[in-house]
Design a protein around this ligand. Sequence first.
Ligand SMILES: [Ca+2]
Ligand SMILES: [Ca+2]
Ligand SMILES: [Ca+2]
Length: 192
Amino acid sequence: MRWKWLLYDIDLKPLNYWKPRANSQRKKLQILYRGFKNECPSGVVNEETFKEIYSQFFPQGDSTMYAHFLFNAFDTDHNGCVSFEDFVMGLSVLLRGTVHEKLNWAFNLYDINKDGYITKEEMLDIMKAIYDMMGKCTYPVLKEDAPRQHVETFFQKMDKNKDGVVTIDEFIESCQKDENIMCSMKLFENVI
Ligand SMILES: [Ca+2]
Ligand SMILES: [Ca+2]
Ligand SMILES: [Ca+2]
């Protein structure tokens, strides 16, 4: 199997888009990549293993839900397992893709049921998962309703035609226009 890893070996260049965060992002990706290689001699990872590998990054919080959503975003053919090819394809978008490609990937993550729209509930689920993962140590003064307030603000800005759902065009347009949304949503820091 070793040839396979070599074949798909990628150099984990730091993201040049978010310079200040690039080092920690790179480190996370390297750990995940190594974890994948070690845990999955078969070249395929299931959701449980993925969660275990992922929880190493956030020992202070509960990353179960976020890892679940992340797994579904990597599992592009939705067959319940992420192959090394799926994984490397996702990584290469996140590491070397254009902003547009990265936003597409993020949209897919937020669109939990993959129907092409992000609802307020979906955004809230992701946001709650992120807050859970960060843990109380990171945000000691976090209020219970913080994720909901966050979502309200983003949703108002993103749902341009006010039809209650965010389309890919609305998502990309508002993320590109508003750096604040992009930063606050931690799209690229937390996407993986
Ligand atoms: Ca798959
Ligand atoms: Ca959806
Ligand atoms: Ca809309």
